[in-house]
Design a protein around this ligand. Structure first.
Ligand code: HSE
Length: 309
């Protein structure tokens, strides 16, 4: 095999209560990438369509992640990367993670899989480090593993793929403004109170329990964030209106997707998720910011091969 085309899913990180530790993969939104073996050593990004992003490998998250993988193997060969970008950078649904995950996944396939999906996560995290200054794993882990994932620990890295209830669907509203993860991390407080910690880890435990017992109400009750949301929601025009509208429309819960500006809601069933999309649409009409809405099943498989030749 000389080339592979892959689908790299968009992801929702944090999922309200799990800042930097929880994430999930989406089915309906994602990038495509083509990875090819090349006679020229090293990583070359030959083409990017859909967005203006650097072609220099050391300035591009896909390039940096790919180089981290080759370095770990001390591999002297070469690869070309082509990116069909459908997830906008700065959208809050894991644009950089999709590119980083796609690069390491595709090259790993072309090398006959020296690494497991879990083992690819640290290489993809190098891409996140370039994009946001911090090597967080809560987007790249679900992109590579699918479903819901939990980063139990960063040092040492310990990632757990969680159960995903069959009927869970996501609705995402993406206001067409760019929020850089690096910027939206800078505004966060570095210390939290014990009181806020207690509420937050109660919700993380509740959400994980709800995912395993497939208790949709418990999942909804656990989608609360007392630490990050109050600060970051200031960057999202119309956030409160979206929250109220989605609750009224029957969503289980609503929160900021990753570092924003996208807002997500989880629902039981596709019908409910579509009703939430209608409610989002109506609530945002008056905000004066253009937007896109996506409705998606949770993607159980994560990143996948579309073609190989
Ligand atoms: N956990 C990261 C953050 C995700 O919220 O900054 C960025 O997509």
């Amino acid at each position: 095999m000389d080339a592979v085309k892959v689908f790299c899913p968009a992801t929702i990180a944090n999922i309200s209560c799990g800042f930097d530790v929880l994430g999930l993969a989406l089915d309906a939104v994602g990038d495509e990438m083509i990875l090819k073996k090349s006679a020229q050593p090293g990583i070359r990004i030959t083409k990017i369509t859909g967005q203006e992003l650097p072609l220099e490998a050391d300035k591009n998250v896909a390039g940096v992640a790919a180089m981290a993988l080759l370095d770990a193997l001390d591999h002297r060969g070469g690869f070309e990367i082509e990116i069909l970008k459908k997830i906008k950078p700065g959208s809050g649904i894991g644009s950089s993670a999709a590119s980083a995950a796609g690069a390491v996944f595709g090259i790993n396939i072309l090398l006959d899989e020296p690494f497991s999906q879990q083992e690819l996560v640290p290489f993809a995290m190098e891409g996140e480090k370039l994009a946001s200054g911090v090597a967080h794993a809560d987007n790249v882990a679900p992109a590579l593993l699918g479903g819901f994932t939990l980063v139990r620990s960063y040092q040492p890295l310990d990632i757990i793929k969680l159960n995903t209830p069959e009927e869970l669907h996501a609705t995402i509203l993406h206001p067409q403004i760019e929020v850089k993860t690096a910027d939206s991390r800078k505004i966060l407080k570095t210390a939290i109170s014990l009181k806020d910690g207690i509420r937050q880890w109660g919700n993380v435990g509740g959400l994980v329990a709800g995912l395993y017992t497939e208790d949709y109400d418990l999942i909804g009750r656990s989608l609360e964030d007392h630490i990050v949301e109050p600060i970051r929601s200031i960057l999202i025009p119309g956030y409160e209106a979206l929250k109220q509208a989605s609750h009224k429309a029957g969503a289980l819960g609503v929160g900021i997707s990753g570092s924003g500006p996208s807002v997500f809601a989880l629902s039981k069933g596709m019908e409910q998720a579509k009703q939430v999309a209608d409610a989002f649409d109506k609530a945002y009409a008056d905000v004066g910011v253009p937007f896109e809405i996506h409705v998606s099943k949770i993607n159980l498989q994560g990143i996948k091969i579309l073609e190989r030749w």
